[in-house]
Design a protein around this ligand. Structure first.
Ligand code: NAX
Ligand code: ADP
Ligand code: K
Length: 535
C-alpha cells in the first residue's frame, strides 16, 4: 500500500472528482458517511455524549457531515465550530448551511477560551479541527482547546489525522496535537502515523475507503510503501520438490563472546527455522559445548581464542554470513572483521557489534561489503550515521548512507523502516512484546537464512522483517506481550509460514491490540463500553 504526500492526496482528490464525475461536496459526503458508519457500528445507538469539533476547512466540513448524520440518527450530539479564521472553505460552508437547514440544530461557535465546553471523561470527542491542510502548529486559544480535549479523558476519534499533526513533516509543538484514541483516515495512510515521534498521536489507525482513484494511488511515486501480509506473500519463494539441503544454502553465523553465546544460538536457530539448508555457527571456544548441545542441527567452528573472536575462517564459502550479534568490540575482533570483509565473497547481514565496530573504525567502514543488509536499532543507527533532529531527517540520512555504500538499511523498531537507495518500506507486523533481548539476533538469523535460500537483498529484508513480526504476533496471541521472549519468535516462525497465505485480514496493521474482537461483539452494551474503553 502506498503512502502518499499531502500534495499527492490533494491530487488524488481532484482526479477522483474528475474521473468519477462527482463534485467535491459529494466526496465529502462519502467521507463523512464512512466515518458515521464506523461510529454507528460501534455505538449502535448508545446514548453517549458525542462532541464534534469542526475547524473551518474541509476537515471541518467532514465533521459537519458526520455531525448531521449523527443528529439525524438521534445520537446525543453537540457540534462546535472552532472559529479560528473567517476564511471558511466552500464545502465547509455548504455543509454548515446544510446542518442548520436539515437538522435545525445550529453549531456552537468557539471563538476563545471562555467558549470551551466541559467534556466528561465518558464522552466521545470527534476531532475534525485540522486535517492535512495544517500549515503551522496551532497556537493561542486553539492550542489551548487541543490541550483541553487531551486532558478531558474522553475517547478521541480523529478524522483523517489528529489535529495539529503534519501528515509528512516533523512535529513543531507536541503540546498542540490531539492525542487520538482512534484515527479514521481517508484511504491513504499518512507517513506521520508510522514514525516514532509522531505515530503515538495517531494510535489505532483505520483507513476508510472513500473511493479515491485507485489507478492514481497505485501509480504515484510513494513517500513510502507499507508492507503487510499481502505484500509479504508476493516475496515468498516456494520450496522445490526436488530441493535438498544444498539448494537452500549454507549460512555462517559469526556471533557471540563470553557471556553472549546466546546471541549465536538465537541467530543460528532462526536461520534454520526460516529455512536455510545448513547453518554453521562461528563462535569463540567457550561457545562450543553450548551450541552443540542447544542446537544439534548446527555445525560449529570455534575461534582459537576462548572468549572472543579473533580470526574468522571456514572451509566452505558460505552463501550468506550473519555477523556481529553479541560479538563485542575487542581490537582483535575488529581486525578479524577487516580481513573477512576484504576476502569474503558471501552476502552479509551486519548487526549489533559489527555495526558498532564499523561506526568506530573508518577503515572498516571503507571495507563495508556492497549489497549487504545492515540491521541497526536506533542507538546503533545514531553511531553509524550521526544524530538527527527528527524522524524525517533521519530517513533522509539513511537514504544517503544506503546510496553511498550500496547497502540495505533496516531501521528497527515499531514499524521497522527498510531503506534501499531512495525507497522506504514500512513493516506493519510486530508488537511491543518484541522489545525483548535477543529479538534483534533472531531477525539477523532470519535474514541470513533467507539470503541462503536465494532471496535477493531487498526481498529478504522486506520478507524477513515481516515474518519476524508476524511470528512475534503469533507468539503474542498465545502468551501476551510481557511474557514473550526472543525464542518464542523463533518457535512461531512455523506458524507464521503456515498462516502466511491465510486470510490477510487477520493480521492487518489496522487491527491493533485486543480491540477488534470487542468491536465486533454482537451483544454490545453500555456497561461493556464503559469497562473496556473509557477507563
Ligand atoms: N483528499 C481527500 O481525500 C479528502 C479530503 N477531505 C478532507 O479535507 C481535509 C483537508 O482540507 P483543507 O485542505 O481544507 O484543510 P484543513 O481542513 O486541514 O484546514 C486547513 C485550514 O486551516 C488553516 N490553517 C492551517 N493551519 C492552521 C493553524 N495552525 N492555525 C490556524 N489555521 C490554520 C488553513 O489555512 C486552512 O484554511 C482532509 O484532511 C480531509 O479531512 C474530505 O473532505 C474528502 C476527501
Ligand atoms: N514495539 C515494537 N513493535 C514491533 N516490533 C518491535 C517493537 N519493539 C521491538 N521490536 C522489534 O524487535 C527487534 C529488537 O531488536 P534489537 O533492539 O536489536 O534487540 P536485541 O539487540 O536485544 O536483539 C527489532 O526487530 C524490532 O523491530
Ligand atoms: K482532524
Amino acid at each position: 500500500m502506498n503512502i502518499l504526500s499531502v500534495d499527492q492526496i490533494y491530487k488524488a482528490d481532484k482526479i477522483t472528482i474528475k474521473n468519477q464525475n462527482i463534485d467535491s461536496v459529494q466526496l465529502m459526503e462519502r467521507a463523512g458517511e464512512q466515518v458515521f458508519d464506523w461510529i454507528e457500528d460501534i455505538l449502535m445507538g448508545a446514548p453517549i455524549h458525542i462532541h464534534v469539533f469542526c475547524g473551518i476547512g474541509n476537515n471541518g466540513g467532514d465533521g459537519l457531515v458526520v455531525g448531521r448524520l449523527l443528529i439525524e440518527s438521534d445520537y446525543n450530539v453537540t457540534v462546535y465550530v472552532v472559529n479560528f479564521s473567517d476564511k471558511r472553505s466552500k464545502d465547509f460552508l455548504h455543509n454548515y448551511d446544510r446542518i442548520k437547514t436539515d437538522t435545525k440544530v445550529w453549531p456552537t461557535l468557539i471563538k476563545s477560551e471562555k467558549d470551551f465546553p466541559e467534556i466528561g471523561s465518558g464522552d466521545i470527542v470527534l476531532d475534525s479541527i485540522f486535517g492535512i491542510g495544517l500549515n503551522r502548529s496551532p497556537e493561542g486559544w486553539v492550542k489551548k482547546l487541543i490541550e483541553h480535549l487531551n486532558k478531558s479523558g474522553a475517547l478521541i476519534i480523529s478524522i483523517d489525522i489528529p489535529s495539529g499533526l503534519f501528515a509528512n513533516k516533523a512535529l513543531e509543538d507536541k503540546d498542540a496535537v490531539i492525542k487520538a484514541t482512534h484515527t479514521l483516515t481517508f484511504q491513504i495512510p499518512k507517513l506521520a502515523f508510522f514514525l516514532p515521534e509522531t505515530g503515538p498521536f495517531a494510535s489505532m489507525v483505520k483507513t476508510l475507503d472513500i473511493g479515491l482513484d485507485q489507478k492514481f494511488i497505485e501509480e504515484a511515486e510513494p513517500l513510502a510503501q507499507l508492507i503487510s501480509q499481502e505484500e509479504a506473500q508476493s516475496f515468498y519463494i516456494p520450496r522445490k520438490k526436488f530441493g535438498y539441503k544444498g539448494t537452500y544454502g549454507h549460512a555462517l553465523i559469526v556471533a557471540g563472546s563470553y557471556g553472549k553465546i546466546g546471541a549465536a544460538v538465537l541467530a543460528s536457530t532462526a536461520a534454520f527455522r526460516i529455512g536455510a539448508g545448513m547453518v554453521t555457527a562461528f563462535v569463540p571456544k567457550c561457545g562450543y559445548n553450548i551450541l552443540q548441545t542447544t542446537l544439534p542441527e548446527a555445525m560449529v567452528i570455534t575461534d582459537k581464542e576462548e572468549e572472543f573472536i579473533t580470526e574468522i575462517t571456514s572451509d566452505f564459502e558460505p552463501t550468506a554470513i550473519g555477523i556481529g550479534m553479541g560479538m563485542g568490540k575487542n581490537q582483535a575482533t575488529v581486525q578479524a572483521l577487516k580481513k573477512l570483509f576484504k576476502n569474503s565473497k558471501s552476502q552479509f547481514v551486519i548487526d549489533a557489534d559489527a555495526l558498532n565496530n564499523i561506526s568506530e573504525n573508518k577503515d572498516l567502514m571503507k571495507l563495508l561489503p556492497k549489497k549487504s543488509i545492515l540491521t541497526p536499532h536506533p542507538g546503533e543507527l545514531k553511531r553509524l550515521i550521526g544524530s538527527w533532529n527528527d524522524d524525517y531527517e533521519k530517513l533522509e540520512k539513511v537514504k544517503k548512507f544506503s546510496k553511498k555504500h550500496d547497502v540495505v538499511v533496516i531501521v528497527k523498531g515499531a514499524y521497522t523502516a527498510t531503506v534501499y537507495e531512495d525507497k522506504i518500506y514500512i513493516n506493519t507486523s510486530g508488537n511491543p512484546g518484541m522489545g525483548t533481548a535477543g529479538s534483534g539476533d533472531t531477525l539477523s538469523g532470519i535474514l541470513t537464512g533467507l539470503l541462503c535460500q536465494g532471496y535477493d537483498i531487498l526481498s529478504a529484508s522486506l520478507f524477513g522483517v515481516f515474518m519476524h513480526g508476524f511470528a512475534g504476533n503469533k507468539a503474542a496471541d498465545k502468551m501476551g506481550y510481557e511474557a514473550l521472549i526472543a525464542g518464542d519468535i523463533i518457535e512461531n516462525l512455523s506458524e507464521a509460514y503456515v498462516e502466511l497465505f491465510m486470510d490477510p485480514e487477520n493480521d492487518n496493521w489496522e487491527d491493533d491490540d485486543l480491540f477488534d474482537d470487542d468491536w465486533d461483539d454482537d451483544d454490545w452494551d453500555d456497561d461493556e463500553w464503559e469497562d473496556d474503553f473509557l477507563k
